[in-house]
Design a protein around this ligand. Sequence first.
Ligand SMILES: CC(C)(COP(=O)(O)OP(=O)(O)OC[C@H]1O[C@@H](n2cnc3c(N)ncnc32)[C@H](O)[C@@H]1OP(=O)(O)O)[C@@H](O)C(=O)NCCC(=O)NCCS
Length: 159
Amino acid sequence: MTENITIRPGTNNDHEAILKIAAILTDWFDEDAIIRAIPTDLHFHKTIVAEIENKIVGFVTYTSHEGNVFIGWLGVDNNLHRHGIGTKLIEALEQELLSLGITKYEVETLSETIDHPPYIPTRAFYEKMGFEKGKSREIISTTGEKLELVTYWKNLRLF
Ligand SMILES: CC(C)(COP(=O)(O)OP(=O)(O)OC[C@H]1O[C@@H](n2cnc3c(N)ncnc32)[C@H](O)[C@@H]1OP(=O)(O)O)[C@@H](O)C(=O)NCCC(=O)NCCS
């Protein structure tokens, strides 16, 4: 499976395909994310995409704010989870960050204090990728729900 995967930097032409994948990941991304937040962020974030036979099957977006680099959005086609595609996207992202001399980055995700089972594998994924759990913060979602987000961070080694 993973031998057919191509990982490459994304371009503006990939936005539609990225949004199609995001639109099926409704257990993780709410309507506001799919309709507004991801399309907006795609204008500003850098992207890396995974392709199988010229079809985009996964993506990661990343950017920085005041020198802190973070993953914006990450998703793999629902039917292709657990085939190593997310791992390849993270590996490519980390190579890119290291090439820029960046040795720490982070990602914010739903905290385990919120009972929403789809995020159990998401946190397992970040932990397998070597992220460490950091601080949490409360937010109110666009639908008025009180949620808690947790930051996972990772140190990268310069060789
Ligand atoms: C999170 C996500 C990107 C991971 O991508 P993936 O291609 O499925 O992940 P991989 O196959 O590379 O998994 C790597 C490791 O993560 C862990 N992992 C991944 N999925 C898991 C699951 N369902 N249960 C337990 N561990 C899991 C495992 O340790 C796995 O290694 P293994 O298969 O050798 O045991 C993908 O599941 C996804 O798109 N999820 C929905 C969107 C999302 O959660 N985005 C992030 C929001 S912050």
